[in-house]
Design a protein around this ligand. Structure first.
Ligand code: DX5
Ligand code: ZN
Length: 220
């Protein structure tokens, strides 16, 4: 379906009360929870492993989407699936045998996504696109929350939208990084339909519910 979806990223949540923060966005109308996994190697930051997904799983009924920013994603697919991930997203830049990785994820019964960094051309998705459930177009350089949206990514997002419409219209097009009420309308116009948002939701001065509603209002 073409409905707009919002995926709050817990990277910007108050982790001392993670369950509460996740329940709050669920009640406010979030569609899925985005979990940013970083290994200090593929990206210059370290975050969460499968154990966090395991503890998060019983907290919410929302799908858990795991964004793997790690050097060896294949070694951890089983563990994240077992922990309760509903979808697994790997980077096109980090995969040597991307088709094998995607098959692996789908054999686990999970949705398979591919993330693409700002400097990587859309054509890198061409051969794998028919197999994918989701493309995650990065609109910042991955590694940290709270960075500014890179408007140079808009043309590529529009190109990916055209590719999806022609070869795999069921594939979702999600964007990640600097998504807020200013960038989201431009991203919609480019063809994005799923919006990851960390700081514009969890960093909102008036709280996550207000932040999520403001973002939803800007795209609805
Ligand atoms: C960046 C992560 C994002 C991050 C987005 O490396 O992949 O998911 O949480 O945070 P904001 O919305 O603050 O840019
Ligand atoms: Zn992410």
């Amino acid at each position: 379906d073409s409905a707009i979806k919002i995926a709050p990223s817990i990277l910007s949540a108050d982790l001392s009360r993670l369950a509460e923060q996740v329940k709050e966005v669920e009640a406010a109308g979030a569609d899925r929870i985005h979990v940013d996994v970083m290994d200090g190697c593929f990206v210059p930051n370290i975050t969460f492993g499968p154990v966090l997904v395991k503890w998060l799983r019983p907290v919410t009924r929302l799908p858990l989407e795991v964004h793997l920013m790690i050097a060896k994603p294949d070694d951890f697919l089983d563990a994240f699936a077992e922990a309760g991930a509903d979808s697994l997203i790997v980077h096109v830049e980090g995969a040597t045998h991307l088709n094998r990785t995607i098959q692996h994820i789908q054999k686990l019964g999970r949705k398979a996504g591919v993330a693409i960094n700002p400097a990587t051309p859309a054509v890198m998705l061409e051969e794998i696109l028919p197999e994918l459930d989701l493309v995650l177009a990065m609109t910042v350089n991955p590694g940290f929350g709270g960075q500014s949206f890179l408007p140079g990514t808009l043309a590529k997002i529009a190109a990916i939208r055209r590719m999806i419409d022609s070869v795999n219209p069921d594939c979702e097009l999600e964007v990640d990084g600097g998504v807020d009420q200013d960038s989201a309308p431009r991203l919609i116009a480019a063809g994005a339909r799923v919006f990851v948002a960390g700081s514009s939701i969890y960093g909102a001065p008036d709280g996550p519910t207000a932040g999520l509603r403001r973002l939803a209002g800007s795209v609805g």
